[in-house]
Design a binder for this molecule. Structure first.
Ligand SMILES: *Cc1c(COP(=O)(O)O)cnc(C)c1O
Length: 223
């Protein structure tokens, strides 16, 4: 996996060290995380807080970092801010404030990403494009949590080339926000790309790819 990532980065003229692999261990048991960590994986992604907590408890930190990649309900913000190193699914100012408050109380410093809804799919999660800038501005007031960039979960398409325009639009959105004066420290990361399309995402600027199936195998039931 790492070799494919490095190759994709070099092909795009990028430094492979600029792409972090997040191994998505959702639905797999703690033993799978342990095996992955023993094989050198350092970042693990989960999409449900409750499911993740048991695995996080067992894992050898700080060697292993935990990423929440799934939708976060505000009533779980407290648990998430205490347990995760990265939270990829911040999609409202209200959730941002809750996470920051909870992080301050727990004396943690989670890294946050703003999930963007580029497709305007009302049924999906993510902040509408027009709300990304206000969210980043609100993040300036955070005391404990830190916003580090943007995350994208594009509409599913089997063909990675069909998803490329979404990856590109997230990068262009980031570049536009930088031009408008948003601090680079809040826009350093782009979390995009999964098992079947991470190479295209890397070509379009991903700094974090979230890969499950291609590492751990097929999930039953899939989600
Ligand atoms: C499950 C999941 C992934 C990983 O998907 P694979 O196709 O198994 O690589 C990535 N991102 C999110 C948000 C997920 O829920």
């Amino acid at each position: 996996m790492r070799e494919r990532i490095d190759r994709a980065a070099r092909a795009a003229g990028r430094d492979p060290d600029g792409v972090r692999l997040v191994a998505v261990s959702k639905t797999f048991p703690p033993a799978a995380v342990q095996a992955g960590a023993d094989a050198g994986l350092a970042d693990f992604g989960e999409n449900r807080v409750q499911e993740a907590l048991g695995k996080i408890e067992r894992a050898a930190r700080p060697r292993v970092r935990w990423h929440l990649i799934g939708h976060l309900q505000s009533n779980k913000a407290r648990a998430a801010a205490a347990a995760f190193d990265w939270i990829h699914s911040v999609d409202s100012t209200k959730l941002l404030r809750r996470l920051d408050e909870a992080a301050a109380d727990a004396a943690t410093a989670p890294n946050l990403l703003v999930q963007v809804d580029l497709a305007g799919e009302a049924t999906k999660h993510g902040a509408p494009v027009a709300e990304v800038r206000p969210l980043l501005e609100a993040a300036l007031a955070c005391r404990a949590a830190r916003v580090r960039g943007l995350m994208l979960m594009p509409p599913w398409n089997e063909d990675p080339e069909a998803t490329r325009p979404y990856f590109r639009r997230l990068r262009e959105l980031r570049d536009g926000l930088l031009d408008e004066g948003i601090a680079p420290a809040a826009l350093g990361d782009l979390s995009m790309g999964m098992s079947h399309d991470f190479e295209v995402a890397i070509a379009e600027g991903a700094t974090m790819v979230r890969v499950g199936t291609a590492i751990f195998g097929r999930r039953t039931p899939p989600r």
